[in-house]
Design a protein around this ligand. Structure first.
Ligand SMILES: [Ca+2]
Ligand SMILES: [Ca+2]
Ligand SMILES: [Ca+2]
Length: 129
């Protein structure tokens, strides 16, 4: 019963998934371009544009493999994990719909930015570490 109670608290779009917390936090810090401890939507969009090499507003797994390590060299080898994590609707590409959904789920105080604390809170809900 306890397991069931936990499951119904999960956001509908997200399922429990194995997470590499270190990689996710490294990526979070990297997206936080102005280093204020929060990821604003503009920052997420800027980073997405850098990874979207073909400039069609969709990030494919090939683009993630090609461009993610240019954002942060230590993310080399973690591309598939990050791609699958952010492809929330599992459509095979990461689009602004995925970013919108993640922003909504993470932004508990609804201030339009994802604070690191909120991100950690989100990971606690959806991740198996
Ligand atoms: Ca920021
Ligand atoms: Ca693309
Ligand atoms: Ca998607």
């Amino acid at each position: 019963m306890l397991v069931y109670a936990c499951l119904i608290l999960l956001p509908a779009a997200a399922a429990l998934t194995f997470c590499d917390k270190e990689t996710l936090l490294l990526f979070f810090d990297k997206i936080d371009l102005n280093k204020n401890g929060k990821v604003e939507r503009t920052e997420a969009d800027d980073v997405a544009k850098r990874i979207d090499v073909s400039n069609d507003t969709r990030i494919t797994v090939d683009e993630a493999r090609e461009a993610l390590s240019a954002v942060e060299p230590r993310l080399k080898g973690k591309e598939d994990f990050l791609f699958n994590f952010f492809d929330l609707d599992k459509s095979g590409d990461v689009t602004s719909a995925d970013v919108d959904a993640i922003f909504r789920l993470v932004d508990l105080d609804n201030d339009g930015a994802n604070a690191k604390e909120e991100f950690l809170n989100f990971l606690e809900k959806i991740c198996i570490f």
